[in-house]
Design a protein around this ligand. Structure first.
Ligand SMILES: O=C(O)[C@H](O)[C@@H](O)[C@H](O)[C@H](O)COP(=O)(O)O
Length: 259
């Protein structure tokens, strides 16, 4: 158990706005460093309030000018399968918060198809698997993600991988349709665990008292089938960025003092 804990680190911010700003600065500094070195960076985004708040803080930051955005590719860990103008769409929230405010070429924005383009969520999942494979490496049929962002639900879900459902178990495909999701809207498309966990860094961003129990279980090594956040793990680093409200059950030995 102790060994598992050393792989995950928790950084606590006083409140949600401070958390969003701090994660945004961390993201922008990593992107600036990589862009100065001429490196292409693939990032997978999350939906949800705090995930969008991070993007808004990045969009508000003057440091966004330090980045050659033509080297950055944007993907989504999951998406709701609705019409393109639906307010719940993760891609439209991300565009308003950050993507439309930087010089990102349209071809670098890899959105999951909405219901005007794909006939059903299975078709959207298949199309996204194809798009991922266009950027695959010799080892895997998807790009090498530098950061995969995840939000965490009060039930412990990440992306659209919900507790005690078949999708969390799947390892034979990269993207899958989800129906009857417990979080509305019920029809969704999500990357699977092997893709999420192939990211160099997995950054879970968690805010609010309603997340404290799930976060505690995720850090205490619960099974990923019942607490999907417990199974989220980057190849090099797994960071939980949380606010004080969410941090009630975080073991002291996992806390990193400096952001
Ligand atoms: O539907 C979504 O928005 C995401 O797919 C979901 O995984 C989200 O990231 C978490 O539910 C946390 O969302 P909050 O940050 O809004 O609590």
């Amino acid at each position: 158990m102790a060994q598992m804990w050393t792989e995950k680190r928790v950084v606590i911010s006083p409140d949600a706005p401070t958390l969003a700003a701090a994660v945004a600065e961390r993201l922008l500094s990593r992107l600036a460093r990589r862009s100065a070195a001429g490196k292409t960076t693939h990032i997978a985004l999350a939906g949800g309030q705090i995930g969008t708040a991070v993007l808004r803080a990045a969009g508000d930051s003057p440091r966004r000018a330090d980045i050659d955005w033509s080297l950055v590719h944007i993907w989504w860990g999951d998406e709701v399968f609705t019409t393109p103008d639906d307010v719940d769409r993760h891609d439209s929230a991300a565009r308003a918060a950050l993507l439309d405010r930087v010089a990102l070429p349209a071809s670098n924005i890899h959105a999951i198809a909405a219901s005007d383009v794909a006939a059903d969520p299975d078709a959207a999942a298949a199309a996204y698997a194809d798009e991922l494979s266009r950027f695959g490496t010799p080892e895997q049929a998807w790009p090498e993600f530098y950061v995969c962002f995840l939000g965490v639900g009060s039930d412990g879900h990440v992306a659209s991988l919900f507790p005690d459902r078949v999708e969390i178990q799947l390892t034979d495909r990269t993207v899958v349709a989800v129906r009857d999701a417990p979080k509305p809207p019920p029809v969704r498309v999500t990357m699977t665990r092997p893709v999420i966990n192939s990211a160099r860094c997995v950054w879970l961003v968690v805010s609010g008292t309603d997340k404290a129990a799930a976060l505690g279980l995720a850090l205490a090594g619960a099974s990923y089938e019942t607490v999907p956040a417990a199974g989220a793990k980057g190849r090099k680093k797994t960071m939980f960025f949380v606010d004080e409200a969410a941090a009630a059950n975080v073991p002291a030995e996992l806390i990193d003092q400096d952001f």
